[in-house]
Design a binder for this molecule. Structure first.
Ligand code: IPE
Ligand code: IPE
Ligand code: MG
Length: 252
């Protein structure tokens, strides 16, 4: 039985998030410049978007550029931004055809105008699509997001719109850039690194984490299926005790 058929369609995660990592190491292994790795990562994005859409996953968040990534060499940042602009422009038609809606989380105003323009256009073109909701993390980090939310809450308290006694975790959630979607049930990180790197710090509280050594440019649909199958074998308890009926009980 192939991997796709092993997936239980009844128990799919609603939201899968991916930290796409390892482009630089992939390029280094081949003796080429880092940007070549980033360029080859685009095919992996196509693969997971297609796979998620075919399976009927509701939300797919791809961490493409972090707040901290602005500290990389100017040439790499420029190359990434150019790649982003061209990829969005080239892929929008296909996204639309596949009923995929493009959304963004992050400090979009930090991005170059050309990227912002293409993003706005692509989000508008795909805004009516009801299939996969594809969310790009761009100039995004968890700490940035929480800080911005707290700042906005303080402003709302000052203007009398918000009563501090009414603040609870649901309310804080409504201020996050991710308020339109459920928390991810599954987080995948490629390239063998086992860390969160400032991604969705609030939302990952009870997310199942899946780490794979595969470098992002090598990531294919089968790897994505493997992660979902692994997720489906896990027992999520959320701090409670296992409530599933036991096959046998202790005699006393
Ligand atoms: C992930 O690959 C892409 C971005 C963070 C933009 P990296 O560029 O981090 O690749 P490695 O980790 O250096 O191999
Ligand atoms: C995380 O990868 C950010 C993205 C994939 C966009 P990094 O490569 O920037 O993370 P660190 O530096 O290894 O923690
Ligand atoms: Mg990296």
């Amino acid at each position: 039985m192939n991997l796709k058929e092993q997936i239980n369609r009844e128990g799919l995660p609603r939201h899968i998030a991916i930290i796409m990592d390892g482009n630089g190491r992939w390029a280094k292994k081949k003796g080429v410049e880092r940007l070549f790795g980033h360029r080859n990562g685009v095919e992996s994005v196509r693969q997971v978007v297609e796979a998620a859409g075919e399976l009927g996953i509701e939300y797919l968040t791809l961490y493409a550029f972090s707040t901290e990534n602005w500290r990389r060499p100017r040439s790499e940042i420029d190359g990434l931004m150019t790649l982003l602009t061209s990829t969005i422009a080239n892929e929008t038609r296909k996204l639309n055809k596949n009923n995929v809606r493009l959304l963004v989380i992050g400090n979009v105003t930090d991005l170059p105008n050309s990227v912002q323009k293409n993003l706005t256009q692509a989000m508008k073109t795909t805004s009516e699509n009801t299939g996969l909701q594809l969310v790009l993390g761009l100039s995004y980090s968890g700490r940035w997001e929480i800080t911005e939310s707290v700042k906005q809450m303080c402003k709302d308290v000052r203007s009398g719109k918000l009563d501090p006694d009414g603040v609870d975790s649901c309310l804080l959630e409504s201020y996050l850039t991710t308020s339109f979607m459920p928390d991810p049930e599954l987080l995948i990180r490629t390239s063998g690194e086992r860390r969160i790197s400032n991604f969705m710090l609030w939302q990952l509280a009870y997310t199942e984490l899946y780490f794979t050594p595969v470098l992002w440019p090598d990531y294919r649909k089968e790897h994505f299926y493997e992660a979902i199958i692994d997720y489906q074998r896990r027992e999520r308890r959320f701090g409670k005790v296992d409530e599933k009926p036991r096959a046998f009980t202790v005699n006393n």
